[in-house]
Write a protein that binds this ligand. Structure first.
Ligand code: FE
Length: 343
């Protein structure tokens, strides 16, 4: 018996931790829960050692009993075990780098900000091995996403249009542009491997978003099967029309019982040229979080629910990835008909 895939994983994690600028004698905590991938824990542990760092593998009780269909959505609060355990929190705060291999991460939990404020950097990893390897970031990706952030910072309006009928105008004042680049190299930085995207948190947006066949609904990990029209007024979805997918979204908003479920959250565009739009069709749902869809180069990604800039804590989080849009930042097109422009 042999397992050569573990060799590839160790190599990929080692390259990834080097992108995170992991230095000898830094302290790494590999955070997992019982349903985390054991091969990832081993690979992250070995990679940290290969970089000459100190490493601790910490396993906390899982967020949900297994099997846990509702996990890997990226929408949840993270593990309640950590949210309630100050010893676990202190461990994470004392680390230089946390490799978060839990199934949900703490993406939308305020606790994550507390940990980051101590200077700890966090790398979240949840997709399938070949998704990680195919989308292994490059150092120069950071220049590209930073250029996008700078563009948003200097602009006043983002306008998104599509042949399907989307016409959304987004106010950029105070929208706090950000990026994901797939590695966490600066102190206090959270990032997600894999990802390459530019995003912001608009305070106001107006118009209409029209989903077309083949767009991707997350966390459901489903393709849109027929057009859905969403009317947006002052940042809120005020009307949803269309067929089965429209009813699904309406039901999601209603079931969420959350005052921010219909409010727009982050939005931006993907720059991950290695992403595969068909990953959603080709993998089991529990193998993926769906970063191929979220970061696909030339997509328009928008979302609902949590909005830290407006102090909205919410777990009713949809991410919707659209193809074929044109995204203009003031007069500059960053995406034209779903194709990434050079900026
Ligand atoms: Fe999101």
């Amino acid at each position: 018996m042999f397992d050569l895939s573990s060799v590839d994983l160790l190599d990929a994690f080692t390259r990834e931790l080097r992108l995170c600028k992991l230095q000898p004698d830094e302290h790494v905590v590999v955070l997992s829960e019982p349903s985390s991938r054991g091969d990832y824990v081993a690979a992250a542990f070995g990679a940290a050692k290969a970089c000459g760092a100190h490493v601790i593998a910490a396993t906390v009780p899982g967020g949900n009993p297994s099997p846990a269909d509702s996990t890997r959505t990226g929408a949840g609060p993270g593990l309640s075990a950590v949210l309630r355990d100050t010893t676990a929190q202190d461990l994470l705060k004392s680390a230089d780098l946390v490799v978060d291999l839990t199934r949900e991460g703490f993406i939308h939990a305020p606790l994550q900000q507390d940990i980051l404020r101590t200077g700890t950097r966090i790398l979240f990893v949840c997709d399938a091995p070949d998704v990680l390897v195919r989308n292994l970031p490059k150092p120069e990706d950071k220049d590209e996403v930073l250029a996008g952030v700078e563009l948003l910072r200097r602009a006043s309006t983002m306008r998104v249009t599509s042949e399907a009928g989307t016409d959304l105008t987004v106010e950029l004042a105070g929208a706090q542009p950000e990026f994901q680049v797939g590695f966490a190299d600066d102190p206090g930085r959270w990032d997600h491997w894999p990802s390459t995207m530019v995003l912001c948190w608009p305070r106001r947006s107006e118009g209409r978003i029209v989903l077309a066949e083949g767009d991707i609904l997350l966390p459901f990990k489903e393709y849109v099967r027929g057009p859905v029209s969403l009317d947006v007024a002052d940042g809120d979805i005020v009307k949803v029309s269309g067929g089965a997918d429209a009813r699904l979204l309406e039901q999601f908003f209603a079931d969420a019982d959350d005052q921010w479920a219909r409010s727009l959250s982050h939005m931006g565009w993907g720059l991950m040229r290695t992403a595969d739009w068909f990953a959603t069709a080709l993998y089991g749902k529990d193998e993926l979080m769906g970063m191929d869809a979220r970061a696909f180069a030339g997509n328009f990604l928008w979302s609902t629910g949590p909005h830290p800039v407006l102090d909205r804590e919410s777990y009713a989080h949809l991410d919707i990835a659209m193809r074929g849009c044109t995204v203009r930042v003031d007069d500059r097109a960053v995406v034209t008909d779903g194709r990434l422009a050079e900026i």
